[in-house]
Design a protein around this ligand. Structure first.
Ligand code: SF4
Length: 610
């Protein structure tokens, strides 16, 4: 077997034991890597209905056959677990040297189970795993933790860690690396905290496995050159994802005031051109020449890496039109290990709840000091409001009652990423059917949809969403960053060439679609197994606000989604996917994907359609 190391390191934190499991070519080719490995292991090893904070939950760090090689943007690590926020499958990807080192240490994945007795740092160096006392790090921010571990173990060490939010099991705590690269929105950092695992430091010195290393290196070199030659590359290097603020404003989809509106009066002050005036440098993930992290200084003159999602959610969505202040909130979230998208949603929700007098706190739109306080109260589980908001917007709205469920912006419990969908039914469906809840990373269809036509709820849109979900799942499995393809037009044809040089397998992107479908379907089966008879198509519903509160401003004033047409589109989506009217994969769909065993087990929870 080439391309994969063929080894998974399994670490039991309760027993302080590490053992190596080998896997074969069949497992590798069936699940590819990254998300594919993670979801398959979680399906096989978790008991349905278990508490996500139980020691039995698994925390999985997984890479794919392209990870760590000298190829465009291949420095990504998938982090996954049963999500404490949604109760379903949860994952995310982090740009980190930890993945490069993990592969060089000889592992395609590390699976943590159990719970350490005391706060612990796990250090993996090639074949050696150590369990280090992490008590000194507990309570410290991720920036300091990572710097200190690198000082001790060398700058080349890859580190992923959690901040206080993960320690306090805030349900949208994530995993952070390299001072600002975070992943695992559905509370993967909280799962890490529940295991008393503060950080993982990895160092590897072995050769990466490849079928044809000279060819892989040559292709990598050519690939980097091709990325550099793309016409949009220079502008991308200037603004990265931040130019989406201006695009969102022009197209009425910049989340504003808790997704009430799609335009923001101060968009110019937080957009790409405003950012350029403050910019001091670019930062990025390993092996990437697109380095999309734009570093600016915040109100304390500290360096902060900003991108579109953070600015949209911690800026316009909370009514804050000052980029240095937005950067400050961003930095606080990063150091606490809080997901910025969910935290921005929570602040927006709290501001609206305050306006409607559903909470006692007075938190006005755009109030920077109150937003700062709120981040601290949530991360540190400080008081009643902090504790309430630390559980996510779905839980908070269920507790507050009244009509707050209408403007609690989430799908399946995961707060919405930075796109308002009052006028984009396709993007709404992409959020509705994303594999982990409302996450843009599974099908960012909105830019295509705006060009294609926003008004329709048709089959073409459904087909496009599924095509993008397939492609993006392939990226999550390979595991490499999708942005060269999405943002500068680096052609998809490169990836089968990379895959062949890495693994020896000859496959087109379309040949990988069944693998993507297998991964998507087992993830769906995971959700259904967790929810059992409670599962219905309502799980794929998007927030009621988009159906009932029309936009009151901007060029699309008056726009809102049509609920019955959205529901019809959901059914079209199910049909195309081979799912029944509840959104559950049919037996025949599962068996075509080689998942008859999954069908058999799922059939014990819910009645499956033939
Ligand atoms: S494009 Fe951005 S997110 Fe993707 S690998 Fe490069 S720096 Fe990381």
């Amino acid at each position: 077997m080439h391309g994969w190391t063929g080894e998974i390191l399994r670490i039991n934190l309760t027993r302080k034991k590490a053992i190596v499991h080998e896997f074969d070519a069949n497992f590798a080719q069936t699940w590819l890597g990254g998300r594919g490995f993670a979801v398959k292991l979680l399906w096989d090893e978790l008991k349905p209905g278990m508490d996500a904070f139980s020691p039995e939950n698994r925390l999985i760090l997984a890479a794919g056959p392209l990870t760590g090689a000298s190829l465009p943007s291949s420095g990504k690590l998938v982090v996954a677990a049963k999500s404490p926020l949604t109760g379903g499958y949860g994952d995310g990807n982090v740009g980190t040297w930890a993945c490069v080192n993990m592969r060089r240490a000889g592992y395609d994945a590390i699976v943590f189970e159990g719970r350490a007795e005391i706060p612990t740092v796990v250090k993996v160096e090639d074949d050696m795993t150590e369990f280090l006392n992490g008590e000194d790090y507990w309570g410290r921010g991720v920036f300091e933790t990572e710097r200190d571990l690198k000082k001790k173990y060398g700058n080349v060490t890859g580190v992923v860690s959690i901040g206080k939010a993960g320690e306090n099991k805030v349900k949208f705590a994530n995993v952070i690396s390299q001072e600002g690269r975070g992943g695992g929105r559905p509370g993967i950092g909280a799962v890490m905290g529940s295991k008393n695992l503060k950080a993982v430091a990895i160092k590897g010195t072995k050769e990466l496995p490849a079928a044809d290393m000279p060819e892989l290196k040559k292709l990598g070199f050519e690939g980097y050159k091709e990325v550099l030659a793309k016409p949009s590359y220079r502008f991308w290097k200037r603004q990265g994802t931040v130019s989406t603020v201006e695009w969102g404003q022009e197209n009425s989809c910049l989340p504003t005031h808790n997704f009430r509106e799609g335009v923001f009066d101060h968009a110019d002050a937080i957009g790409g051109f405003a950012m350029e005036k403050l910019k001091v440098s670019n930062r990025g993930c390993p092996q990437c020449n697109m380095t999309c992290g734009n570093v600016i200084t915040d109100t304390d003159n500290e360096s902060v890496e900003v991108d579109y999602e953070n600015i949209a959610l911690l800026g316009s969505n909370i009514g804050l039109g000052d980029l240095k202040k937005v950067a400050h909130l961003n930095r606080m979230c990063d150091d606490y290990g809080l997901d910025t998208i969910s935290m921005g949603n929570m602040i927006g929700f709290a501001m609206e709840a305050s306006e409607r007098k559903l909470i006692e706190d007075r938190i006005d739109w755009g109030d920077f000091e109150k937003a700062r306080e709120l981040i601290e109260r949530v991360a540190e589980n400080k008081d009643e409001t902090g504790r309430l908001l630390s559980q996510g917007v779905k839980y908070a709205s269920e507790k507050l009652g009244k009509d707050s469920g209408n403007w609690a912006m989430h799908v399946k419990g995961l707060e919405i990423s930075g796109y308002d969908c009052h006028a984009t039914p396709g993007m709404a469906l992409a959020f509705g059917t994303s594999l982990s809840g409302a996450h843009h990373k599974d099908a960012w269809v909105i830019s295509w949809e705006v060009k294609y036509g926003r008004e329709s709820y048709d089959q073409t849109k459904v087909d496009k969403i599924i095509e993008l979900q397939r492609l993006r799942t392939i990226f999550e499995a390979l595991t490499t960053c999708r942005l060269p393809w999405v943002e500068v037009g680096f052609e998809l044809e490169w990836y089968p060439r990379f895959l062949k040089a890495a693994t020896g397998l000859t496959m087109t992107m379309e040949d990988l679609y069944p693998t993507a479908d297998r991964i998507y379907n087992i993830a769906r089966a995971f959700w259904v197994r967790e929810f059992g008879k409670q599962w219905s198509s309502s799980m794929d519903m998007v927030p009621n606000r988009w159906f009932i509160d029309p936009l009151t401003k901007g060029p699309l004033k008056g726009a809102k989604l049509d609920k019955s047409r959205y529901e019809a589109m959901v059914q079209m989506y199910y049909k195309k996917r081979g799912w029944d009217s509840r959104g559950i994969p049919t037996k025949s769909t599962l068996s075509k994907l080689g998942l008859s065993d999954v069908a058999q087990e799922l059939g014990q929870q819910v009645q499956l359609t033939a």
